[in-house]
Write a protein of this length. Structure first.
Length: 394
């Protein structure tokens, strides 16, 4: 049986960031990352890819180039966890033991949970920013639409960056306007929730954005089926269970998401299937040598890369303390950030904590749409990601 001092499940944003921070703190640590993918993608860029500002290939790097020096890369995926035995099994049939486990496999996109979506996405006006294989179709269908109904969806439950489904809606509306076809297109944004954004300060601004742009918002609408042949989106109303049919000419679908099956079906899972950790220490509530952060964790905050940037130093400090049999003293306050693009030259930078209170970086009102914050999203944050965060520096 292969055995390592620290095993990290997942080589995405959280896994690479934590591995780099651990190696920076103590180069002698024996760390292995379990990650099947050859490519690593900066997924926040996919909104801008869908808006025609970048090519899909620009969002990716080779995974091998990002694994920190001295960390072993096991190119496989988890089949099951055995936390009582301090081991896990891989799809390749290997058993890997650990002293400490960090579970950061990200979120699972459940294409099958919307009937007809998996077969139709990428064709006939059906698009989605939520896969490297489909994101190019978003810009194709936005740029080709000259008249009709442009429909955008947000499902029930947690998704990657809660504001992302409406970002592509605002970019599309801006493109239609700049292209002179806006008067011929009805833009509709549907969401399963009761409001546009969780935090009131930013919600009030985004409601005004939608109103100004003439985007029709329909709340408590949960997409359950896409009928590509007839170009119909089928919804269930969250309160009445009524079936609602909306005809479309193009539809951008944000699919339902969840913790990966191998997490939700394991002993590590708690309510909702997420890895059950203390929301401040990031230590598992039942297995003291297990930690988690990021999208697969139970942390009750928006699932974003910016949240991981604040979670990672807390986890590393508390893991190193646990290894020395000291108490976990570092505490995560729930900080997350959602840069909500509202057009090709404007962005609302929402930053907040567990209490839903703004926790802003800059000395001005970030609820205002700003060109400077759009430039930060387009150029600043990718550079910070590749050269700072994934190197364990910020």
């Amino acid at each position: 049986m292969d055995h390592h001092q620290i095993v990290i499940v997942g080589g995405g944003t959280a896994g690479i960031t934590v591995a780099a921070r651990l190696k920076n703190a103590d180069p002698s640590l024996d760390i292995a990352i379990l990650e099947p993918s050859e490519k690593h993608y900066y997924q926040p860029m996919w909104t801008l890819v869908g808006g025609g500002m970048f090519k899909p290939v620009e969002s990716g790097r080779d995974e091998a180039d990002l694994i920190p020096y001295g960390v072993k890369w096991i190119q496989d995926r988890v089949d099951s966890f055995s936390p009582d035995a301090n081991s896990l099994s891989t799809r390749g049939g290997e058993t890997i033991g650990y002293d400490y486990l960090i579970v950061v496999p990200g979120i699972q996109v459940n294409w099958d949970q919307v009937k007809g979506l998996k077969e139709s996405v990428g064709k006939d006006g059906v698009c989605s920013n939520y896969s490297i294989d489909t994101v190019a179709s978003t810009w194709k269908f936005i740029s080709e639409l000259k008249e009709g109904v442009a429909l955008f969806t947000q499902p029930a439950g947690a998704v990657k960056c809660g504001g992302a489904p409406q970002k592509i809606c605002y970019l599309a509306e801006d493109h239609f306007r700049r292209s002179g076809v806006r008067k011929n297109i009805e833009v509709i944004f549907t969401l399963a929730g009761p409001r546009l954004f969780a935090v009131d300060k930013y919600r009030e601004v985004l409601e005004k954005v939608a109103l100004r742009k003439g985007v029709e918002t329909r709340f408590r609408h949960n997409l359950v089926e896409v009928r590509a042949a007839s170009k119909e989106a089928i919804y269930r109303h969250m309160d009445t269970d009524d079936e609602i049919v909306i005809k479309y000419d193009m539809i951008h679908v944000t699919p339902p998401m969840s913790a990966p099956d191998f997490v939700s079906q394991s002993e590590l899972a708690g309510e909702g299937g997420w890895v059950e950790v203390d929301k401040h220490s990031l230590q598992h509530t039942r297995f003291a040598n297990v930690f988690a952060l990021g999208d697969a964790s139970s942390l009750p905050t928006s699932k974003t890369g910016a949240a991981i940037r604040k979670q990672a130093p807390v986890l590393v400090e508390n893991l190193l303390a646990t290894m020395k049999q000291e108490p976990c003293r570092a505490s995560y306050d729930g900080y997350t950030s959602c840069p909500v693009v509202t057009g090709y030259d404007s962005l609302v930078l929402a930053e907040f904590d567990y209490s839903g209170q703004p926790s802003e970086t800059f000395p001005f009102d970030q609820s205002r749409e700003r060109f400077s914050m759009f430039l930060l999203k387009k150029f600043g944050l990718p550079a910070l990601y590749w050269h700072g965060m994934l190197r364990g520096r910020v």
